[in-house]
Structures are given as C-alpha cells and as structure tokens.
Design a protein around this ligand. Structure first.
Ligand code: UDP
Ligand code: MG
Length: 332
C-alpha cells in the first residue's frame, strides 16, 4: 500500500493519502460489446499474476449496444470489476476523468476497451512506476491503424505537441499509460485532453518516461474517430500551451503583445502628425494612418484582455482553492 504526499485540493497543506488498493485499471467504453469479455479474460491472469490488489473500472460512456449488459455481468461475476455508467455519450476524455475520480488505487493504468492495447504490457508499465517515474506512457511503435487518416496526422501532432509543451514523447495518443494517483488527481480534463495529461502534469515537475508497447488492429466494432479529431487536438494544444505557460500570468502574454502594438501605432501616428503639422503633408491619402489607429486600438484591447485574464486567474485559483504550486514533501 502506497503512502504519498501531495498538495491537497482542499487546502494548501501537504496531506498523507493512503490508497485502499494498489492498482486501478480504467477503461473507457463506448459501444464495445464484443470486446469487453475478451478484454476481461485477457487482463485477469495478468493482473492476478502481479500479486497486488486491483480494481478494473469500466466507464460506460453512454453505449447504445449491449455493452451495459456485458459490464453488469462482469460486475456480478467479479466484484473487482466496477462500472460507472454515463447517461449519455460524453467522450473518452470525460470517461477517463470519471475513472480518475473514482479510482482507489495508488497507481492508475488506462487502456482502450477495443483490444488494441495489450494487457500483457501492464507489468512493464508498473515496473517503470516502481522505478520512481510518475507517468509511464505507452509508445505504439508498430501502430495498426490506417496511415492517411490516423498515423500521419498523429506523427505531425506528436512532433508539434513535443515542441510546444516541451514534454518529449513519441506517442501522446496511446491510451495505455500508467500514472501515480496523485498526478491524475491534480489534472482537470476537458475536450480531447486526455492525451495531454503528461504535458498538463509537467507543470508539477513530474518525471515522465515512455516504453514501446504492442498494438493490435481493431477486430470488433468500429473506431469512433476520424480525421476531424486532428483539428480538435490542435485547438486543445493551444489551450494546453496557455495553461502551461501563461495561465498564472496572462497580462505578461497579452500585455506584451498589446504594449508592442500600441507603441508601434503611437510611433506611426507621431510621425504622421509631425509630417502634417510641420511639413504640411495631408493625412487624407495615407493608409499608414489606418494602420496606426488599428495598432493603437488592438494594443489597448490586448492590454485590457490581459487585465481581465489576471482577474479571471485570481478567481479561478481562489474559488477552486487551486494552489499555483504542488508540494512534494515538507521536512519539519
Ligand atoms: N471511447 C469512449 N467514448 C467515445 C469514444 C471512444 O469511451 O466517445 C472509447 C472507446 O470505446 C475505446 C477508446 O475510447 O475504448 C478508444 O476509442 P477508439 O478505439 O474508437 O479510438 P482509436 O483507437 O481509433 O483512436
Ligand atoms: Mg482503438
């Protein structure tokens, strides 16, 4: 049983958390009726072989096929299988987030329900966690998905995410990952953000590593995603970058752009005024005038936006009792 220290959400103090279980497996499920029993049978021997206490949390994300019945049967047969059922389809990220909230294990492992991830890789992930890493990410070296719609966008996205977030991973999209529970608890998830957990968590100063994992083609059911996800992931990346770099200092970001724009606008306006007043050149036929006006206005808007951002950041951290830091330990 793990005893860990982390900044609690309720107070800014360091709190000891004792987790009732060793491992929580979290599985988002959306219309996967043919896969669930096979998945359970694949996981059971692996998990039992570890000799640690575990639970398997299936989060049924509003499935409209027979998945709820299969899950109820699994739950009835094995009390270690817990099921969280959503009222409707909220998306994979929401499903994983619900799993994190209910997980009782010191280590959380997420994997897909469609048998594309291999439960046989779980012990490898756990070994890395035991070595002291906070997050271990799977890397699907031989990914078995369509090239144009899935693998190519993913290669570009992974490159971009690495560059922008500074967390170097080859395969953000792989659901098979292991986290220490306290890392997962400190993250708020929205949109398509489950793939950004390692990046979002990086602000806490965590250690992340990745290991090659197996990947299988989907045999039953259909993939829920297509090319359109690329755009959503890209937009989420902008949010993540903002959260990571500027959320506690929005005025520094918006304000610097604003001051720069205003300064340029004022310089142009000053030059034009000088030209008009002392050299008698008319202003009426000079497009530069519009540029000057535009830049001054845009600049003021950016500064105002930054100030509003500052207020929102304060409200956000106050209301949610969200510290702007995470403590590892205190030696008294
Ligand atoms: N999933 C979910 N809610 C959704 C879409 C997907 O819970 O709205 C689950 C799905 O059942 C699977 C995992 O998320 O377990 C990954 O989905 P999928 O296999 O379709 O994605 P891909 O592997 O094609 O990226
Ligand atoms: Mg899949």
């Amino acid at each position: 049983m793990a005893v860990t220290l982390h900044g609690a959400n309720e107070s800014h103090s360091v709190e000891e958390t004792v987790y009732p279980l060793d491992i929580s497996i979290i599985i988002p499920v959306y219309n996967e009726e043919e896969n669930l029993a096979l998945l359970y049978q694949g996981m059971k021997p692996v998990l039992e072989g570890l000799g640690r206490s575990f639970e398997i949390i299936f989060v049924d994300d509003g499935s409209r096929d027979g998945s709820p019945q299969v899950l109820a049967a699994l739950n009835a047969a094995d009390a270690r299988c817990r099921v969280i059922r959503f009222r409707r389809n909220f998306g994979q990220t929401a499903a994983m987030s619900a799993g994190f909230s209910y997980a009782k294990g010191a280590v959380i492992i997420t994997l897909d329900a469609d048998l594309q991830n291999d439960p046989g890789d779980i012990p490898m992930l756990l070994e890395k966690i035991d070595d002291g890493y906070d997050v271990v990410s799977g890397w699907r070296i031989h990914r078995k998905d369509k090239f144009i719609t899935r693998r190519l966008p993913s290669i570009c996205a992974n490159w971009l995410i690495s560059r922008i977030t500074g967390v170097k991973l080859h395969d953000y999209g792989c659901t098979l990952k292991a986290y220490k529970n306290e890392v997962a608890q400190n993250i708020d998830l929205y949109g398509e953000m489950h793939r950004f957990i390692p990046a979002l968590a990086s602000w806490m100063g965590i250690s992340v590593t990745e290991i090659p994992v197996s990947h299988h083609p989907r045999k039953h059911g259909k993939s829920k995603y297509g090319l359109s996800r690329t755009l959503r992931v890209f937009l989420d990346l902008i949010t993540v970058k903002f959260l990571l770099s500027y959320s506690t200092k929005p005025l520094q970001m918006f304000g610097s752009v604003g001051v720069l724009a205003s300064a340029m606008g004022f310089s142009i306006a000053a030059y034009l005024s000088y030209d008009k007043l002392f050299r008698g050149n008319p202003l009426s036929n000079r497009p530069m005038l519009f540029l000057a006006i535009l830049m001054i206005l845009v600049g003021i808007q950016f500064i105002t936006m930054g100030l509003l951002g500052e207020m929102m950041a304060r409200i956000y951290h106050d209301e949610q009792k969200k510290p702007i830091y995470v403590i590892k330990e205190i030696l008294e």
